[in-house]
Design a protein around this ligand. Structure first.
Ligand code: ATP
Ligand code: MG
Length: 217
């Protein structure tokens, strides 16, 4: 995979350089490396949110580099759950509504979506916070809501960009434990970009990037 960005001044930035990563199903993979090493770029390309300037990307045995934007959107809605450093919850919606939303967008009935959102909020330990809005929740609780939202479409692949980056160390550790448990109990695959050194202790595999390449070691 090669991802290059041409910036306005015609300077070419090579973000990922002939990178090959193999992500087995039902693994918790941590992607680590210095700032600017290409971690987010890798995640966004796998999510179909960024396109590489050249190279091939296979995901779920499909060539995603040839897909149209509509096909990529469909793939993301059904097979990928995204978790961000800044949670990205909708501020006017309750925890329950935030979690139910992706299912409603995919055409589910309101009652079914609410029931499933409730089950997932229980799974992440927030049964007593269903009606709270994001600004009424702690950072760790907001990230739990975001994780429940990422789970609701039964996506086999969860992609997380620095999910503990905005959390204190104790709360960050709880989130790492929760993600680890999801792989074991829910048969999900997680690719998590992180600067958190404790992540290595929870991950099955650590991919270290340097200058857009995997450090082998
Ligand atoms: N849209 C873009 N246009 C030009 N260059 C870009 C673009 N996006 C990323 N880059 C460059 O690609 C390289 C990798 O960036 P990336 O955001 O993937 O790093 P990162 O490992 O996630 O860093 P951090 O830990 O700081 O988040 C950097 O040199 C960055 O400047
Ligand atoms: Mg980044």
């Amino acid at each position: 995979m090669l991802a290059r960005f041409t910036t306005q001044g015609h300077t070419e930035v090579r973000a990922l350089n002939g990178l090959t990563v193999n992500i087995p199903a039902r693994q918790f993979v941590a992607v680590m490396g210095a700032s600017g090493s290409g971690k987010s770029t890798l995640l966004y390309i796998v999510a179909g949110l960024a396109r590489p300037s050249s190279g091939e990307i296979q995901l779920f045995d499909q060539a995603i580099h040839t897909m149209s934007d509509d096909q990529l959107t469909q793939l993301r809605r059904t097979r990928i759950g995204l978790i961000f450093q800044s949670f990205n919850l909708l501020p006017t919606l309750s925890a329950l509504e935030n979690v139910a939303l992706p299912l409603l967008i995919n055409g589910a009935r309101l009652s079914a979506a609410r029931a499933k959102a409730k089950t997932l909020l229980a799974l992440v330990g927030l049964s007593d916070r269903l009606a709270h809005r994001p600004d009424e929740l702690s950072g760790g609780q907001q990230q739990r809501v975001a994780i429940a939202r990422a789970l609701i479409n039964e996506a086999p692949l969860l992609l997380a960009d620095e999910p503990t980056g905005n959390l204190d160390s104790h709360t960050g550790e709880e989130i790492l434990q929760l993600l680890h448990a999801l792989v074991a109990d829910q048969q999900r695959t997680i690719v998590m970009v992180t600067h958190d050194l404790r992540a290595a202790g929870y991950a099955d595999q650590v991919i270290e990037l340097k200058d857009g390449q995997v450090v082998t070691g």
